[in-house]
Design a protein around this ligand. Sequence first.
Ligand code: DGY
Length: 339
Amino acid sequence: MSGATGGKTVKVAVTRKLPEPVEARLRDLFDAVFHESDDPLSPAALIERARDADVLAPTLGDRLDAAFFEAVGDRLKLVANFGAGVDHIDVAAANAHGVTVTNTPSVLAEDAADMAMALILAVPRRLVEGVRALEAGEFQGWSPTWMLGRRVRGKKLGIIGLGRVGEAIARRAKAFGLSIHYHNRSPINPHIEDELDATYWDSLDQMLARVDIVSVNCPHTPATFHLLSRRRLELLQPQAYVVNISRGEIVDEEALASMIEEGRLAGAGLDVYERGAPSEKLLKAPNVVLLPHMASATVESRIEMGERMIINIKMFSDGHKPPDRVILGLDDGRLPQAG
Ligand code: DGY
């Protein structure tokens, strides 16, 4: 790797404002170039920045497609993503141009699971609706029939993609008295399955027809785009809820919003959306709790994501294999099938 500033030989281009301790550590270790604003760089600015660097440290929203890797030249050797999901990066194109891609899995799993659990509780118990009613002056005192939601205990939770985050959700949900069901391409380690008392469903369709709450926890890939299609959403019982903290593209958002509006589904708790932000239709739908992609938004998670990213850069630039290399086709058998 080329370039030298004050003895720091590795040039790292960062694309977004990162937590201060993360930027400080990057500054200590590398010849780092930062982006002061919180706005994403334009595609042209991304290319310009990456052309002149050994390592690019992008994040969600920076689209690194085949054209990007074509345009970027030979210097770039590592894309060290700040974040677990890499659906904004064409990993095959990166690898074809000799660029390694890393991400930051694990460190955000517990915080993300807390937020999924919060949605699993908030939607059936009408938490946000209650807060809004109170703030609007509609609370006139306790009533035997007002604000009745649905009991969570005893319900069946169906997790699509029981990986790190899915498992952390399952542990929480079990403690709240939900029974755990999951669909993966193959069953998880039997010890963990026993511990969670989890039921494996080879067929996603069959699981959907039987559960009360669905939690989407698989990565977004071409194979999982609209995995929860209209046809699949129609398999759910009308009293079922959908929770998604993974990626919006996995659910047919238009179909979901229509079905909730028509009373064919009970509601949804979402942190992610097909087009980045929720559609008008979803915003107007009843029984939805919509969050602004904040499942991993804790100070601790974001700093640990930065630390993980730095470990990857350091290992790579010292000539070792970075621990969180994204390897195409390697998904622990957890990635559900499309269809
Ligand atoms: C990720 O890391 O991909 C998350 O979606 C950010 O919260």
